[in-house]
Design a protein around this ligand. Structure first.
Ligand code: C2E
Ligand code: CA
Ligand code: CA
Length: 280
């Protein structure tokens, strides 16, 4: 057992070493990528199924890495969160989305809302976020109602007084707040009315399992009625098939996002859909 323990120990330190080294390299590359313009945004339409109309788009970040090709945010967002670069990256995303929205507005193409993901780490500096958005809105002349921030439950769970105040002020200035990945966090529900939440987004894992699993279906239905009772908008994400769309419509959730309707697309491709205002 002793030999086994020692072997495990050695293996573990070697693995940690590689992991630590990988993280340092990734941090350097992220910093360089941000300076070198390697990031770009794709936009996924959000659709009201009743008319097939596009009611918004969600901006999602991508990294065009010089040797590894396009890297998914699932790979680099956690790294950027652990070394603090997420604040800079998050500001880059907000600025890029705001300027893109401005350009769409000037051509009469802007959708009713443009959603941007805000990391809980970025939200730990709420005044910085508020000031940044304030400056950005002045700079671009965007009407505030068009920008929507997507925050996860964990960001709101930890919310301090300062954060609650910032959400309140942003909300009064017209910014919309969406609660992302609803159902996957601690599911304490009181923050839904304690903070200024406008919309809940039902997490895709529930949506994808609900057809085959009654428990997941019950959660989705409960989330829809909760939103209705609190007079919040409700959007289901990760809709991949017609039967899922049908089930959501039957349960009274008409706003959806997912591969079944449209994938996240580069700006020039999503523009074609924005021009016709629908996904089909
Ligand atoms: P999320 O905010 O929940 O975004 C939805 C993710 O689901 C996106 O993955 C999207 O491409 C994917 N998706 C959309 N429809 C479907 C579908 O029908 N089926 C399936 N299987 N997936 C679908 P993506 O773009 O890889 O982003 C992953 C996560 O990375 C996001 O999850 C979000 O947490 C984070 N992320 C992306 N962009 C940003 C950003 O600009 N800032 C921050 N802080 N996080 C971001
Ligand atoms: Ca999101
Ligand atoms: Ca989500």
């Amino acid at each position: 057992a002793k030999a086994e323990g020692r072997r495990t120990y050695r293996f573990f330190t070697a693995a940690m070493d590689t992991e630590a080294r990988r993280r340092v390299v990734l941090a350097d590359e992220l910093r360089r990528g941000l300076a070198g313009g390697e990031f770009f945004l794709v936009y996924q339409p959000q659709v009201d199924m009743r008319q097939g109309r596009i009611i918004g788009v969600e901006a999602l970040v991508r990294w065009r890495h010089p040797t590894r090709g396009v890297v998914s945010p699932a790979e680099f967002i956690p790294a950027a969160e652990s070394n603090g670069l997420i604040v800079q990256l998050g500001e880059w995303v907000l600025r890029a989305a705001a300027y893109q929205t401005r350009a769409w507005m000037d051509r009469g193409l802007a959708p009713p809302s443009v959603s941007v993901n805000v990391s809980p780490i970025q939200f730990r500096h709420p005044e910085q976020l508020e000031d940044f958005i304030g400056a950005l809105v002045r700079e671009t002349g965007l009407p505030r109602g068009v920008l929507q921030l997507e925050l996860t439950e964990s960001a709101l769970m930890e919310a301090s007084m300062a954060q609650a105040d910032v959400l309140d002020r942003l909300h009064r200035q017209g910014l919309k707040i969406s609660l992302d990945d609803f159902g996957t966090g601690y599911s304490s529900l009181d923050y839904l009315h304690r903070y200024r939440v406008d919309e809940i987004k039902i997490a895709q894992e529930f949506v994808q399992r609900m057809v085959d699993n009654r428990g997941d279906g019950a959660i989705v239905r409960a989330a829809i009625s909760l939103a209705q009772a609190l007079e919040l908008r409700v959007l289901a994400e990760g809709v991949e098939r017609a039967d899922q769309a049908k089930m959501l419509a039957d349960w009274g959730c008409h706003e959806v996002q997912g591969f079944y309707f449209a994938r996240p697309l580069p700006a020039d491709e999503v523009e074609k859909l924005l021009a016709q205002r629908t996904v089909k």
